[in-house]
Design a binder for this molecule. Structure first.
Ligand SMILES: [Zn+2]
Length: 306
């Protein structure tokens, strides 16, 4: 028997039952309303069990109603999915931001590769069967992940500002040599190279050829750029914290007063201008208005620099 046949048969049966009931009502209903109501209820139940084929709704109307319900449910589910997708997008953006921050911190802090790898994807998955995740579980999982991201993001931000401030401090103290060369004359008392006799040498001389690059030994602002008696073409950089450095006898000056310079940046070309017997870089460090021995700064490499 086909499904259609079954439907037809049950419909015929129900139609028959309904017409019998109608006859029954015609004969007895008026005199015995209580029985009639009970029978009406019973028939209504039978009609309901029969799939509502006989009744006010046709089968087609029922199918259409069900389709509308399915459509509405599907639309609801899609809205939920869209909301979750948007939340996931936010978390992904947050993760990208944290990764970028982590990379910066790794670079600033000179952290060893392997110890921190912010590009490595977070391990996910498992060995169990794939199941549909209950929505509530997915929601709370996402909320937890969001809170976790927020907390670690705040920690990283604090760490970043600490490291950044420390780096600024380190870079504002002379901590490198002004030229990639060797020392030919130290700070302190020595024989004057031109007039002879004792003289106090307020800086350190580095061997150089005319045109060799002279570099800032720390971050700072150029506070003097021009000729100074005896020093020739001179550049001075104020590094803050009471430190000023001076680079003398240059053949050419490459930064003007007021320029911001970074540690290691070229500021002049070496030469032999001023009171000089040959090309070299005369380098001085001043601390709170007094020349100090630059040597104490030269071997210092910031632990935050490579
Ligand atoms: Zn000198």
């Amino acid at each position: 028997m086909t499904y259609t046949n079954m439907l037809d048969k049950s419909r015929d049966a129900l139609v028959m039952q309904a017409s019998r009931f109608a006859n029954f009502l015609a004969h007895h209903g008026a005199r015995r309303p209580g029985v009639a109501s009970a029978l009406l209820l019973g028939t209504g139940l039978a009609v309901g069990i029969g799939g509502g084929i006989v009744g006010n709704l046709s089968l087609r109307a029922q199918v259409e109603q069900q389709q509308a319900q399915i459509e509405a449910t599907r639309a609801d589910a899609q809205r939920e999915i869209n909301a979750l997708a948007a939340r996931l997008g936010e978390l992904q953006a947050e993760a990208n931001r944290l990764n970028a921050l982590g990379e910066r911190l790794t670079r600033i802090g000179q952290l060893q590769d392997g110890e921190f790898d912010f590009n490595k994807p977070v391990g996910v998955g498992g060995t169990g069967e794939v199941e549909d995740m209950p929505k509530a579980e997915l929601d709370s999982g996402l909320a937890q992940l969001g809170a976790q991201f927020k907390a670690s993001g705040e920690q990283l931000s604090v760490l970043e500002s600490l490291l950044f401030n420390r780096q600024l401090d380190m870079n504002s103290v002379p901590s490198r040599e002004p030229i990639d060369s060797y020392i030919t004359s130290n700070y302190g008392g020595r024989a004057d190279p031109i007039r002879g006799g004792r003289a106090f040498h307020k800086g350190i001389d580095f061997e150089a050829d005319v045109g060799d690059p002279v570099m800032a030994v720390a971050d700072g602002v150029v506070s003097f750029s021009g000729r100074r008696s005896g020093y020739g073409n001179t550049i001075e950089i104020d590094h803050g914290n009471g430190y000023v450095t001076r680079y003398a006898h240059n053949s050419r000056l490459e930064r003007k007063v007021g320029s911001l310079v970074r540690a290691g940046q070229e500021i002049a070309k070496a030469g032999s201008t001023g009171r000089s017997t040959g090309a070299h870089v005369h380098f001085e460090v001043w601390k709170n208005g007094a020349a100090v021995n630059p040597k104490q700064f030269l071997q210092q490499q910031s632990p935050l620099r490579g």
